[in-house]
Write a new protein. Structure first.
Lengths: 359, 282, 322
């Protein structure tokens, strides 16, 4: 540990080998994890670079110089259409959605103490999917209404799961199991909606349910930016409380945490982020699941790393979008690419957990 | 500490001041406790004497851990009240309670890969805020806690690599870093071999001796309880059977009433405290 | 008692539907058949195949659930929850899309193969390590596995609209609109599976005490488990192939059986088979009634009823931590 600022330990003994750097002023003191900051910067840089590549390549390649030109005001007709209308909004949405999913995943994984506990796997996204599907089929809603349906569905499902898991406090395992139970019931309702609709709508809905960025524009971008402006600071504020929760509920309570209230707040923030992500791009699986562990490995921290997970999610999502548009002869929904990233990791994780007895 | 003034208040306003001859900051007043609909404890009164080591003993499932959870407001009584410094503990802000009363649960969970010093530093939570994440006091308190538990040289090790005894000392250090006058320990010696049990209990004793802290522990081993307790509370079926200094209350009759065990009680040749020897009934 | 219940469910399922038929007619259709009676015609030619299919599927799911809970010693094991259905679904989609398989009979083999692979994966996950997975972790692993298989299934479906159209009706889990002789086609697999399940019951009783105690009692662990997994595969694969992925039946039924008959597998497994039949028939009949003249598929009914029962179960049981 290095101590910057006004005060240094008075007794001259070696400072404690605490993680991070302490910055101190007269009325404040901060512990900054330098490694986390560096990881965030590198991931952000990677996202920007991948984003630039993503802006320039596609069914019609545009030289990077022209992309830069567009970004700095020197626009051509081609760049106006390809970059301004098509690729820039979807790349930004990819980054934003990835950020939201990444943070949400890190929160849930820490909350249930298991890397398998991300919202896309234990069914917190299913509620959002059901909300959206109902709006699509029953009300034939617009894009904005579908988004609203997703958010409403996600939050209602989360509150119900929390309520049913409540029994003198919410224990992690009960939250997981109730979430899984709800997921299967909700998924059945989604399937039911699919059997009642016209096949053309079903195809559109299936694409939506896989998670896709195709045809997304500045409207969805506004949704996700709004989500991040409101929820990301809340998530950052919750980080410290989340860290205390991994000592176990009793210890956390003994340290002065109002455990049930903190958990509810974390669930609401986590589900809010996930649902808004779903609203913008559909229930893209595996980004939330992969981003948290990636961030944790890079930062090599015992804690959940909410912000680094956000950056990791953004990076992965932009890469996945790039691959979804260019890897195969025809464009595929981005959800397929994220499954291709997440699937092998899931199998590896299951294998390792079974072997080490962590399963 | 401001405790001493409050203590006067407590005794002045207490409805039954004669109940305890000693001042007490933490007390249970006619509490009933239970899980779901199963009552565990009904109408129990208890005063924790200040500045002493109180040990709760009793057979399995007699409600001793439940009582400790209620004293640390992890479990809300269905009736009656737990009072901390004369105030209802449920009405106090959680953080405020955490600055006065520390608790080490029976099986705390260490996050994978956390360093000893970071774990102990988490004990400072109730003293920190968003803008005051690591003050000089925090640094000093953690150092003192590591020092007192003999874990300073382990500070940069990962908790996962420690032995059971070391790990228990680290957890106690975390509770110490919280700097509360009252410290509640739920079976701090479970899963430890005899050497480490004595080790941990010596540490607890030193905390009382050097820093004058009030300690409440649940222990399994009756003989160790007698050796280290100033005040022993024997429970059975959710009731307190006897409470007082071990030398005064622990005898063959009490052991048979609490544990259904035939025994003789002699003076411990090493410490002079009561020593329970089960009668050979083969 | 159980037999009475299943007979009652059998005739109810024959009698009730878009056009309700008096139960007496449903019974007389068998014992006093009148070729000119329209009701008898409906019962024997329209509803009976569907009911037979329900019997086969219910027996398969109930038996598979009981076997699965026994061999993994895990009260939350269920072919749907642990991803075996998802494995079968994926295989069926591959069959439809890449091999042009249409019609349920051809799909049986793909479903069997998918269920087999998924059962083995679940078995490996549930039993490796010193004490095997805890119930919660296994459920979590199963849900994750199901999510992955689901994503793969979607991937295939999106590239093939015809498969999507065929699959969406299969995916909800339904007894309606199947080929009339389907029950006969699938029955041999189910019968074989049920026989295996009965045979494995004694060994599962020993296995319930833990691996070491079971070995001390002279059980050959590998054989006992291998046989059980074979049984699960047959029952599950055939049931899923016939009716699509139906969730929660395999979970709820063994618990009801256990509450009734206690933990002895020699009673538990037969009871689960029968109760599975009862539950499927009742759910299917209810699905025909709630939104007449349209009907709600049996898979939706079991999910909507089973979800709350699962949550109730989770709330009542105390389980190990994550």
């Amino acid at each position: 540990m290095t101590t910057l600022g006004l005060d240094t330990p008075g007794d001259g003994s070696a400072p404690l080998p605490l993680r991070g750097v302490v910055v101190r002023g007269r009325n404040y003191s901060m512990r900054l994890d330098m490694r986390a900051i560096v990881v965030c910067c590198l991931l952000a840089l990677g996202t920007v670079l991948a984003g630039l590549v993503s802006l320039s390549v596609g069914s019609f390649d545009l030289p990077v110089s022209e992309v830069f030109g567009h970004l700095f005001g020197n626009r051509t007709e081609a760049s106006e259409f390809i970059v301004g209308r098509l690729r820039l909004p979807r790349t930004l949405i990819a980054a934003g959605v990835g950020f939201a999913f990444g943070m949400s995943g890190a929160i849930f994984q820490a909350l249930v103490r298991n890397p398998l506990g991300s919202p896309d796997l234990i069914g917190f996204n299913s509620g959002a999917a059901l909300g959206a599907v109902i709006v699509i089929f029953e009300f034939e809603g617009s894009r904005a209404e579908i988004s609203a349906g997703a958010v409403a569905g996600g939050l209602i499902a989360a509150l119900l799961v929390y309520a049913f898991a409540w029994k003198r406090g919410v224990q992690a395992y009960r939250l997981v199991l109730v979430g899984i139970g709800a997921k299967f019931a909700v998924d059945a309702l989604v399937d039911y909606e699919l059997t009642r609709a016209d096949i053309r709508d079903v195809r559109e809905a299936a694409v939506w349910l896989t998670g896709s960025l195709n045809g997304r524009g500045w409207d969805e971008f506004r949704t996700i930016v709004l989500a991040l402006i409101v929820l990301a600071p809340l998530a950052v504020l919750m980080q410290r409380r989340l860290d205390r929760l991994d000592l176990g509920d009793d210890t956390a309570a003994a340290l002065g945490l109002q455990v049930s209230r903190v958990k509810l707040a974390l669930i609401l923030v986590g589900v809010g982020l996930a649902s808004l992500g779903v609203a913008a791009a559909g229930p893209v699986a595996f980004i939330a699941f992969v981003a948290g562990p990636v961030a944790r490995r890079l930062v090599s921290s015992p804690n959940a790393c909410i912000v680094p997970a956000g950056f990791a999610g953004a990076f992965l999502m932009v890469i996945a979008d790039l691959a979804a548009r260019n890897l195969l002869p025809t464009e595929v929904p981005v959800g397929i690419m994220t499954a291709a990233i997440g699937g092998p990791y899931l199998l590896w994780l299951l294998h390792r957990q079974a072997q080490t007895g962590a399963l | 500490m401001k405790g001493s003034e409050t203590v006067v208040n407590v005794d002045a306003s207490s409805p039954r001041p004669s109940r305890s001859p000693r001042p007490s900051r933490l007390r249970a007043d006619g509490i009933s406790l239970g899980y779901e609909d199963v009552p565990v404890i009904e109408g129990l009164d208890l005063d924790i004497p200040d500045g002493q080591i109180t040990v709760i003993v009793g057979p399995n499932a007699c409600g001793k851990s439940t009582l400790l959870r209620a004293l640390s407001r992890l479990l809300k009584p269905t009736r009656g009240a737990v009072l901390l410094d004369g105030e209802l503990i449920d009405r106090l802000p959680t953080r405020e309670v955490a600055r006065r009363l520390g608790l080490l649960p029976q099986s705390p969970i260490a996050p994978e890969g956390i360093l000893v010093v970071d774990l102990v530093a988490r004990g400072r939570t109730p003293h920190q805020s968003l803008f005051q994440q690591w003050s000089d006091e925090d640094e000093a308190a953690v150092r003192t806690a590591l020092d007192a538990t003999g874990t300073l040289e382990l500070a940069d090790r990962s908790v996962d690599e420690l032995s059971g005894g070391q790990r228990q000392r680290v957890w106690i250090a975390m509770a110490l870093a919280q700097q509360t006058d009252l410290l509640l320990l739920d079976e701090p010696t479970t899963f430890l071999d005899i050497t480490h049990q004595v080790d941990v209990l010596n540490l607890v004793h030193a905390l009382h001796r050097d820093q004058g802290r009030t300690v409440v522990m649940v222990l399994h081993d009756l003989n160790l309880a007698c050796r280290y307790a100033h005040h022993i509370v024997a429970m059975r079926d959710g009731q307190i059977v006897a409470a007082g200094a071990p030398a005064e209350v622990v005898d063959a009759e009490l052991v048979s009433r609490v544990f259904d065990l035939e025994c003789s009680v002699i003076d411990d040749p090493s410490s002079g405290t009561p020593l329970v020897i089960p009668t050979d009934t083969r | 008692m159980l037999v009475a219940l299943s007979v009652a469910a059998f005739f109810l399922s024959l009698a009730l539907g878009t056009k309700s038929i008096p139960i007496s007619d449903a019974i007389s259709a068998y014992f006093d058949r009148d070729p000119d009676n329209l009701n008898h015609l409906i019962v024997r030619d329209l509803r009976q195949p569907r009911t037979m299919l329900g019997i086969v599927v219910g027996a398969g799911l109930g038996g598979a659930g009981a076997l699965m809970q026994g061999v993994t010693r895990n009260p939350l094991a269920d072919p749907g929850l642990l991803g075996v259905n998802a494995g079968a679904s994926f295989a069926v989609v591959v069959g439809i899309s890449f091999f042009g398989v249409t019609g349920t009979v051809g799909q049986v083999w793909f479903a069997l193969a998918g269920a087999a692979v998924a059962s083995v994966v679940v078995y490996v996950l549930g039993t490796t390590g010193r004490s095997g997975a805890t119930p919660v972790r296994l459920a979590l692993a199963g849900a994750a596995l199901a999510a992955l298989l689901f994503a793969l299934t979607r991937t295939v479906l999106l590239s093939d609209e015809a498969a999507l159209d065929e699959f969406r009706f299969w995916a909800v889990g339904s007894l309606a609109g199947r080929q009339p002789d389907l029950a006969n086609q699938v029955a041999p697999f189910i019968i074989a599976g049920v026989v295996i399940a009965f045979a494995a019951a004694r060994q599962l009783n020993a296995l319930a005490l833990g691996d070491e105690a079971a070995r001390a009692l002279g059980t050959r662990l590998g054989v006992a488990r291998g046989v059980s997994v074979l049984g699960i595969m047959l029952l599950c694969g055939a049931a899923v192939a016939a009716a699509g992925p139906i969730v929660f039946v395999g979970l709820v039924v063994p618990h009801a059986a256990r509450a009734w008959f206690g933990p002895d597998q020699r009673w538990l497994i037969p009871a689960s088979v029968v109760l599975g039949v009862v539950l499927i028939l009742l759910c299917d009949t209810a699905g025909r009634l709630v939104s007449r003249p349209a009907e709600i598929q049996v898979g939706i009914m079991t999910a909507v009823l089973g979800g709350p029962m699962f949550i109730l179960l989770v709330r009542r049981t105390r389980m190990a931590q994550l």
